[in-house]
Design a protein around this ligand. Sequence first.
Ligand SMILES: Cc1cc2nc3c(=O)[nH]c(=O)nc-3n(C[C@H](O)[C@H](O)[C@H](O)COP(=O)(O)OP(=O)(O)OC[C@H]3O[C@@H](n4cnc5c(N)ncnc54)[C@H](O)[C@@H]3O)c2cc1C
Length: 414
Amino acid sequence: MKIGILGAGISGLAIGRMLNDFFDVQILEKEHIHGGIARTRDIDGIAYHVTGGHCFNSKHNDVLDFVFNKVLSKEEWNKIERKAMIKFKSSEISYPIEFSVKEIYSFDKELAINIVDDFLNCKDDGCYKNLDDWFRKKFGNTLSEEYFIPYNKKIWNKDPQNMSPLWVEGKLPIPNKESFIESLLTSATDKMPHSSFYYPKSNNQNTFIDALASNLDIIYNTSINTIEKDGLNSSQWVINDKFKYDLIINTVPLDILPNLIKNCPKDVLHAATMLEYNKVTTMLWETKATKNTWTYDPDESSLFHRYIHIGNFFNPVKNVCITEAIGKISYEEMLLNGKKDPFLIKPLDYNVSNHAYVVYNKYYLESKNIILQYLNDTEIYTLGRFGEWEYYNMDVCIKKALILSDKIKNISNK
Ligand SMILES: Cc1cc2nc3c(=O)[nH]c(=O)nc-3n(C[C@H](O)[C@H](O)[C@H](O)COP(=O)(O)OP(=O)(O)OC[C@H]3O[C@@H](n4cnc5c(N)ncnc54)[C@H](O)[C@@H]3O)c2cc1C
């Protein structure tokens, strides 16, 4: 069986590797190189994550097993402890904020007491009108208004009142009342998978991505423009009037894909127009020294929502960081904003991405399901952050690829 994979990001490469020993696999990629949004650009020996800083870990043992045993052995990775901070009221406190109320107490007693009072008294009935409501019911009004709502307004470029709360499950460490009180009385913190993480010993994530791509047949500089069934052999798919496959797996964003499929129904094309995403603009900087791995900034007076101290992922460390801002921001605006922060010394490079963040607007679930149902009915498999239109990290893309590759192997054995 010949399988065509559309897109050579982490998802396309991962499923390609999983199926390559069993089928004739080919990947079509529009860029001159593989890796998609996880790929880094080399700037004088610094791995610049142009679409925003990345690190790897997973709570899924089968994902860790695949990565460390089939792609890049565990000896090739450094394990790094997360030291994430939040800029908060002219100070810096540890992430996650709900476990750092003791730190807030050291400089603003009244605020810390209000946070605790609200947290312990907020009622979570499990029904949420929107993301704003979700934060208030989980964390109380004070913590929501001081941190969660302004930070989320910034990263989504949208009022949380106009957003669905569906994406947050599993993405944020959510303390219950017991663990919150424990954090006030002890030094307990959260147990999210990214409280420590892996980064390649080469000091470049591309080592992992290149290892994932090894032995795969990837046709580069090939933008997919048309997808249709073969007029002579209707069991086959034809891409760009040229490439023929028995089965195709898509990883191209769902807001684009329906427009490429011949005779795609109008309601599916319409659903694609309702999907919204954010770009991210990044700037690589030479900086002063820091021990942090990354810093969040909820302050609406700054464009940057996050600083990734990528130089602390390297061994030996380098004083460099990536600042991230949502949307398309000009070089001059990024520079001007950076000049307000004496920590940032000199810009080294700049990038505006295409797809970076799925936006969970009110229509996303219904629109996405219309498209997924159509792809299911037409037997086009779809995978990945924008191929499934979900806030997936690399490890979840790999997890989903493991599930899909098993399904395809099972179907072909029948
Ligand atoms: C700011 C930011 C920070 C992140 N941090 C982390 C992190 O720390 N850890 C982590 O695990 N994950 C992180 N992620 C998530 C991670 O980047 C994604 O989960 C993963 O890279 C998605 O891979 P993908 O293959 O699904 O999508 P993509 O990388 O988008 O791959 C899709 C591929 O399809 C190609 N393509 C698109 N259209 C066409 C076309 N018409 N024809 C041919 N090819 C096409 C693209 O060029 C691309 O190569 C982060 C993401 C962002 C935006």
